[in-house]
Design a protein around this ligand. Structure first.
Ligand code: P6P
Length: 335
């Protein structure tokens, strides 16, 4: 835990490279402000009329929760007119989001899941926002779909906001992972976790065991290993699965562990979305000394072809994710 009292704005300013022109820095400020606004609403979800469903279904075929729609709208309105972005993509929107004609286009792309884990909103379990930032590929033609469909290795920044017992914003711009906890009285995110890294040895594994029969044999074998039922080199882990990816990821980052959402026999790409969930978290994981895999290779190297494409997802301590790859690749080679 950090001891110095430093706001996120101060930290961003102090850590920006000399050549930075402020556009990227200001984009991070915008995201922090959106997080404060969403946090304010989330913490009062039980008291104001924003619980429950809007009666609409989003592009994922999921019932949209009112807080989902609210969070999506806040992020869009915080970022559409600032001149920092040339396009956006949201989990809640089927198509890419162009910057309205009347506003100047910047050179950055924002991809985001405005409120991940929304099925937990009405039962008061932690939920989160995930975001990733790319630079446009071609300034003259910025704002096209190819600016959004970039491999996560090309991210220039990524982070998440966890709305839980407290609200914490965790981000990286490629120089370590840093966490800021919101002080509601001050309305400031204060540095609370500097240079976060997956600790060794790991403590937890996270997976939905209810799907065990849906997994390929090699995946089942890996889960048996995680449980200490195979071989004598398994770590002594405890199981924790919240059903909110951001909350599971954050806990595993602090305590060490692996989050698994494997592909299934009839859904080989699983559930987790590449662009605005797995990619940004993979960027953070590597910055924190961990690793993220599809089961056969780094998430960072997956070239997206569609906005909402899904991917099998194993993320956390490097040693555990490598082990997942070894079981899965052996199984695929008939080992
Ligand atoms: P399941 C939430 O909808 C989410 O995308 C992640 O936050 C979470 O880890 C996962 O789905 C839970 O999915 O199928 O285990 O309920």
């Amino acid at each position: 835990m950090s001891s110095k009292v430093e706001t996120i704005e101060r930290f961003i300013l102090d850590s920006q490279p000399d050549y930075a022109r402020g556009e990227f820095t200001n984009l991070l400020y915008d995201i922090a402000l959106a997080a404060k606004i969403i946090s304010h609403k989330t913490n009062r979800a039980g008291l104001t009329d924003i619980l429950g469903e809007v009666g609409a279904v989003n592009v994922q075929g999921e019932n949209q929760q009112k807080l989902d729609v609210y969070a999506d709208d806040v992020i869009f309105r915080m970022c559409d007119h600032t001149g920092r972005l040339c396009a956006m993509a949201s989990e809640e929107k089927e198509e890419m989001i162009a910057i309205p004609e009347q506003f100047k286009k910047g050179s950055y792309i924002l991809v985001y899941d405005p409120l991940d884990g929304s099925s937990n909103i009405d039962v008061n379990v932690s939920i989160g926002t995930v975001f990733g930032i790319y630079r446009c590929r071609d300034w003259e033609h910025r704002g096209r779909l190819e600016d959004i469909l970039q491999a996560p290795r090309r991210l220039v920044g990524a982070g998440y906001v966890l709305y839980g017992a407290s609200t914490i914003l965790v981000y990286s711009t490629g120089n370590g992972v840093h966490g800021f906890t919101l002080n509601p009285e001050l309305g400031e995110f204060l540095l609370s976790h500097e240079y976060m890294r997956f600790p060794e040895p790991p403590t937890y594994y996270s997976v939905n065991h209810a799907y065990f029969e849906r997994w390929a044999p090699e995946t089942q074998e890996f889960l048996r290993w995680l449980q200490g039922r195979r071989g004598d080199d398994a770590p002594k882990l405890s199981s924790r699965y919240i059903g909110s990816l951001v909350a599971d990821f954050h806990r595993n980052l602090l305590r060490g562990g692996i989050f698994c959402y494997p592909g299934e026999l009839d859904k080989p790409n699983g559930k987790i979305r590449l662009l605005y969930e797995a990619g940004p978290l993979a960027f953070l994981a590597e910055q924190a000394g961990g690793y993220a895999s599809t089961g056969t290779g780094s998430i960072l190297d997956v070239e997206p072809t569609e906005l909402h494409q899904r991917t099998p997802f194993f993320v956390g301590n490097r040693s555990l994710v490598y082990k997942a790859e070894s079981f899965i690749q052996a199984g695929k080679q008939g080992g």
